[in-house]
Design a binder for this molecule. Structure first.
Ligand code: BCO
Length: 565
């Protein structure tokens, strides 16, 4: 049954309906965005009160397990208590203040949630990063975002220490681990001693809240900044009919803490609705472990990447009777219709695909209650007016391929990111006429359903990761064997597409064993940049196709990979 704690209690119903209708009015543009908003104060602390008054089902707001017997359960009241203490750690011994930037790189451990909420309480701008980042990635992030602090664990702290001398803005290093490290403050110790009283800062709705690094075709990742309301209200609301949360639901959102989906499906979306956030922290992804967890815990909603469903349908699903699962969501990359029907055949459950981006959240979705067209990304997610446009920004008729775009004029919709930080060129490059251009190509059918075709640029979407070819090429060129390389997407049955590198070798390496060299280059990339970007396919070539001016024609190589030429 979907109803864990019985019917939604009166107070909770009142809270969700009152606030959501107000927020939806803002979404539609019928109401002004409130001048002040803070997710911790205006949402979490309200749920804490409702919970205290007995108005919420009796299951945790946050429920974390590690599969080895470790378990953490916090109600909203406890979440408030621990995040206030953490807020005092940040503002007290760490010397951080409202408006300061902090890089937050932690795996899926409870401290990530509590420090995220603490940053919101204090108005500290947090910059999440995946724990797969390497020293070089961290150095780049430190140098361009100029944060005052960094929070990480003992696996990543040594990397930070190798690069922090080149980042003069950095004053505070906070270690989340059992052990200690010279030059780092120890979170656990400071947390124990921290007072539990903290007055949430009064943030304005348009104050910055979070910055995500996001990859593009050219250069290194760019900083996309979200304000206090865009992610926490706007994007959570745009995903509302897709996520379909009730306070009695328990969602397991599998996305990493470094991605916007980690916050949308693991913080803002569920907690806006009083829903329980469930996390099984697996050091290494394992489909069998995932299925065991769904059989053991009362997870009602699973949100994960299509690659995960592709891996799951290869398992014997009949051996894992799900305890409570009733709503399955997929996002981050396109889903294939065969997998949707295999999953439905074996589990009886529909997969609802959504399509979104770090910058703007959910763009289209297969919403609960609407017919699903397998293979389609669903219809425009409220309040976005999503269209297919041509190169002049003119709306194209149904059925015609073009750029997937969101109308931003005359009024920029609620939920949009504020801007790319310090990047006027990128800010103007994504606008064409009245539209924000997503960089994705697709078409819309006569019923308003969107169908994905591919990227209009060289970005690779593999297993839900957005990978910039330049980042992989930059890593490859550091290896002595590589004279030059071109990185493009290549088809793959599980990850839909993978990174493929075409490599021109230096003469000294030309006679090396190609298999050994492939592994060496792959390992090199895994060390030089976040490992998820490593080229799963490598081909050695004599030369790369180039334009007359000497620019590598990635497009030609990609088309070759996909059998288009
Ligand atoms: O596959 P390999 O074993 O060859 O390589 C894997 C790892 O083993 C390796 N690796 C990881 N840490 C390493 C390391 N190697 C050396 N040293 C380390 N420290 O690197 C490769 C990483 O690949 P992976 O992350 O794909 O691993 P895996 O285990 O195959 O995981 C599969 C998925 C599906 C669980 C994973 O790919 C995933 O989580 N994908 C989803 C990404 C996601 O959440 N995207 C959403 C972005 S936000 C968005 O789209 C906006 C929507 C609103």
């Amino acid at each position: 049954s979907r109803k864990l704690g019985g019917s939604v209690p009166q107070a909770a119903r009142l809270f969700t309906s009152l606030n959501l209708s107000e927020f939806e009015a803002i979404n539609r543009g019928d109401k002004e965005v409130p001048k002040y908003f803070n997710f911790a104060n205006d949402v979490l602390d309200k749920w804490s009160k409702i919970e205290k008054d007995g108005g919420r089902p009796h299951h945790p707001a946050f429920w974390w397990v590690d599969g080895k017997g470790g378990e953490v359960k916090w109600g909203f009241e406890k979440l408030g208590f621990v995040s206030r203490k953490a807020a005092n750690v940040l503002m007290g011994p760490c010397g951080l203040q409202r408006g300061d930037r902090v890089i937050l790189i932690l795996p899926r451990i409870p401290e990530w949630w509590l420090l995220t909420v603490a940053c919101i309480r204090t108005g500290i701008i947090f910059i999440p990063g995946t724990p797969q980042l390497t020293a070089k990635d961290i150095q780049y992030r430190l140098q361009v975002s100029k944060p005052k602090g960094i929070i990480t664990n003992d696996s990543l702290a040594p990397m930070v220490d190798t690069v922090s001398s080149s980042c003069p803005s950095l004053q505070t290093k906070l270690l989340v681990s059992e052990g200690r490290r010279e030059g780092w403050q120890h979170f656990k110790e400071l947390f124990e001693d921290a007072p539990s009283r903290h007055d949430c800062v009064q943030t304005q709705s348009d104050d910055p809240m979070v910055i995500y690094f996001t990859s593009g075709t050219t250069g290194s990742p760019k900083m996309a900044e979200h304000c206090q309301t865009s992610l926490s209200l706007g994007l959570a609301l745009t995903g509302r009919y897709w996520l379909d949360f009730k306070p009695s639901d328990v969602i397991w959102n599998m996305s990493d803490t470094g991605w916007v989906k980690g916050s949308l499906g693991g913080v803002f979306g569920p907690w806006l609705r009083g829903t329980s956030v469930f996390i099984h922290s697996m050091p290494q992804f394992d489909p069998k472990e995932l299925l065991k967890t769904l059989s053991k815990y009362p997870v009602t909603t699973l949100c994960t990447a299509p690659t995960v469903y592709r891996m799951l349908v290869q398992e014997d699903l009949s051996s894992y009777p799900f305890k409570s699962l009733s709503h399955c969501l997929a996002g981050g990359e396109p889903m294939n219709p065969e997998v949707v029907s295999q999953w439905k055949k074996q589990t009886g459950l529909q997969i609802y695909e959504g399509y979104g981006q770090t910058e703007v959240g959910m763009i289209t979705a297969n919403e609960k209650g609407k017919p699903v067209k397998p293979g389609s990304m669903g219809t425009a997610a409220s309040p976005y007016d999503v269209q297919i446009v041509d190169e002049d920004g003119k709306v194209l008729p149904h059925g015609q391929e073009g750029d997937i775009a969101i109308r931003i004029k005359p009024k920029r919709p609620f939920g949009f990111f504020s801007h790319y930080v310090d990047n006027p060129e990128k800010n103007s490059a994504v606008v064409r006429g009245n539209f924000y251009i997503t960089g994705d190509r697709g078409w819309m059918d006569e019923d308003g359903y969107f169908w994905f075709i591919g990227r209009s640029d060289d970005v690779i979407i593999s297993s839900g990761y957005r990978i910039g070819p330049f980042e992989v090429e930059s890593a490859l060129i550091e290896h002595p064997a590589v004279v030059e390389s071109a990185v493009v997407s290549s088809p793959d049955s599980v990850r839909r597409e993978v990174v493929k590198a075409f490599v021109v070798l230096s003469p000294e390496f030309a006679s090396h064993d190609p298999e050994k060299l492939t592994r060496e280059l792959q390992d090199h990339v895994k060390k030089a940049t976040a490992p998820y970007k490593y080229p799963r396919k490598v081909e050695f070539v004599q030369e790369l196709p180039k334009t007359i001016s000497g620019k590598i024609r990635r497009n030609e190589l990609r088309k070759r990979e996909w059998g288009q030429i």
